[in-house]
Design a binder for this molecule. Structure first.
Ligand SMILES: NC(=O)c1ccc[n+]([C@@H]2O[C@H](COP(=O)([O-])OP(=O)(O)OC[C@H]3O[C@@H](n4cnc5c(N)ncnc54)[C@H](O)[C@@H]3O)[C@@H](O)[C@H]2O)c1
Length: 370
C-alpha cells in the first residue's frame, strides 16, 4: 500500500492508495467507527457501481452503515441538496467525533465536506474518491463547496478530511469521458512545475487509457504527492503557491459558464481547454515557446480532451468570456490574476494581464478555428 501524508500544521492526514482497497476498507475504518454506525454519502451512479463492495467490507468488519444517496451530477452541489443532507445527518444523530464518509466523485466530496464543516460546528469526514478527478485533486486539500446562482463554489469552507482512501480499481466502471476529464488534472501537475512528470504523462497516455494498472497507480500517487506538497506549502491559498493548482481554471471557468456548467463540458474538460489557452496566451505575451504550447495541447488531445474553444463547444465572443471570468472568485481588488507559463513545468502567477487583450486573444482563437 502506498501512503502519502498531507502535512498540515493542525491536521495532517494520510492518503492510502492500493488496488482493491475499497473491499478491504472495513478493517481500516473500524477504529474510526469506534463501535458506532458510519454515515455514508454517495450518489446514484456510485451506489450502483461501487457502493456494494465498499459497504459489504464495512459490514463484514462489524460496522453498521446508513447511506444517503444524492442524485448524480453537478446540480447536486446546491443549497437544496445541502439542506436535505444536513437534515439527514442530524436525523441520524451525527456527533462531532463521528466520521462522515464521502463515497463518490468531486460532487459528493465537496458537498459532504461542506456539510461536515457546518453540522455541529464541524464533524470528521473521510474521503473515498471514486472518479479520477476526485482521486488526484478534489479529495485532497480540504476545499469544500456548493454552487449558487451567482457562480460555482462560491459558498464553501476549508475542511480537511481525516483520511483519504483511494482504490484505482474503481475507475474500471468510470465512463471514458469522465476518466479523460480527470486526466486533465493529472497532466496539470506536470505543467505546473514538474516537466519530468509531464513527459511521463505524454509517453504513457495510451497505456493509462488502456487500463495499465501500474501506469494508473503511478500517475495517481504522483499526482496526490504533488497536490499534498503544494497544499502543505500554502494550505489556505495565501502565498500564491496553492493558486498554481488553478492553472487553466480562469479560462476554464469562463468556458464552463458559457456552456451552462452542464454535461456539455465537464469540469476537467474545461480545465484542459483552459490550460491549452493559458499556454497559447503565454506565447502571445512572449513568455513561452510555440513548441511548448503545442506539446501541452498535444498530450491533452491524445487523451481525447478539448484544447480549443471550438472543441469545447463554446460560442461566446471574447468580451463575454472575460465577463464570465470577472465573476471568478479569485478576482482580487478588481484585477484578475492569471496563471501563465514560461514553458512546460514553469507556471507563474501574472497580475498585470490586460483583460481587453485577453478578449482579443479569445476572438482570434475563435476565428482561427472557424
Ligand atoms: N474541492 C476541490 O479541491 C475540487 C477540485 C477540483 C474539482 N472539484 C469539484 O469536483 C466536481 C467534479 O468532480 P467529478 O469530476 O468527480 O464529478 P462527479 O462527482 O459529478 O462524478 C462524475 C460522474 O461519474 C460518476 N461516478 C463517480 N464514480 C464512478 C465510478 N467509479 N464508476 C462509474 N461512475 C462513477 C458520478 O455519478 C458522476 O455521474 C466539481 O463540482 C468541481 O468543482 C473540487
Amino acid at each position: 500500500m502506498k501512503q502519502i501524508t498531507v502535512e498540515l500544521s493542525e491536521s495532517s492526514y494520510a492518503v492510502q492508495i492500493e488496488s482493491g482497497l475499497l473491499s478491504r476498507a472495513g478493517d481500516l475504518l473500524a477504529r474510526h467507527a469506534r463501535g458506532r454506525r458510519m454515515l455514508v454519502v454517495t450518489d446514484s451512479n456510485v451506489v450502483t457501481h461501487v457502493a456494494r463492495d465498499f459497504l459489504g467490507g464495512l459490514n463484514a468488519a462489524g460496522i453498521d452503515t446508513v447511506v444517503h444517496t444524492l442524485p448524480a451530477g453537478e446540480a447536486s452541489k446546491s443549497w437544496e441538496q445541502l439542506s436535505v443532507l444536513v437534515d439527514w445527518l442530524l436525523a441520524n444523530h451525527v456527533e462531532r467525533s463521528d466520521h462522515i464518509i464521502a463515497l463518490g466523485g468531486g460532487v459528493v466530496g465537496d458537498i459532504t465536506g461542506f456539510a461536515a464543516h457546518i453540522v455541529k460546528r464541524g464533524c470528521n469526514f473521510i474521503q473515498v474518491p471514486t472518479t479520477l478527478l476526485a482521486q488526484v485533486d478534489s479529495s485532497v486539500g480540504g476545499k469544500t463547496a456548493i454552487n449558487t446562482a451567482a457562480g460555482k463554489n462560491l459558498v464553501g469552507a476549508f475542511h480537511q478530511p481525516s483520511l483519504v482512501l483511494i482504490d484505482p480499481d474503481v475507475l474500471q466502471s468510470l465512463p471514458r469521458r469522465e476518466l479523460a476529464a480527470g486526466f486533465a488534472e493529472v497532466v496539470k501537475y506536470g505543467l505546473i512545475d514538474d516537466p519530468e512528470f509531464f513527459d511521463y504523462c505524454d509517453v504513457n497516455v495510451q497505456a493509462f487509457f488502456d487500463g495499465d494498472s501500474g501506469v494508473r497507480a503511478y500517475a495517481i500517487a504522483h499526482s496526490v504527492q504533488s497536490k499534498a506538497r503544494i497544499v502543505a506549502a500554502d494550505e489556505r491559498e495565501l502565498t500564491g503557491t496553492r493558486a498554481l493548482l488553478n492553472l487553466g481554471h480562469t479560462f476554464g471557468h469562463a468556458l464552463e459558464a458559457d456552456t451552462g456548467y452542464s454535461s456539455k463540458l465537464l469540469h476537467g474538460e474545461a480545465v484542459a481547454a483552459g490550460m491549452a489557452l493559458a499556454f497559447r496566451y503565454s506565447v502571445r505575451r512572449g513568455h513561452c515557446s510555440v513548441d511548448d504550447a503545442a506539446r501541452a495541447a498535444s498530450v491533452l488531445h491524445k487523451a481525447g480532451l478539448p484544447t480549443t474553444l471550438n472543441e469545447a463547444g463554446v460560442t461566446a465572443g471574447g468580451a463575454e468570456l472575460v465577463e464570465h471570468m470577472l465573476h471568478d472568485k479569485k478576482k482580487a481588488g478588481g484585477t484578475l490574476p492569471f496563471l501563465l507559463a514560461n514553458g512546460i513545468g514553469q507556471t507563474f502567477l501574472a497580475k498585470d494581464v490586460d483583460l481587453a487583450d485577453v478578449a482579443s486573444f479569445l476572438d482570434e482563437e475563435a476565428q482561427s478555428q472557424s
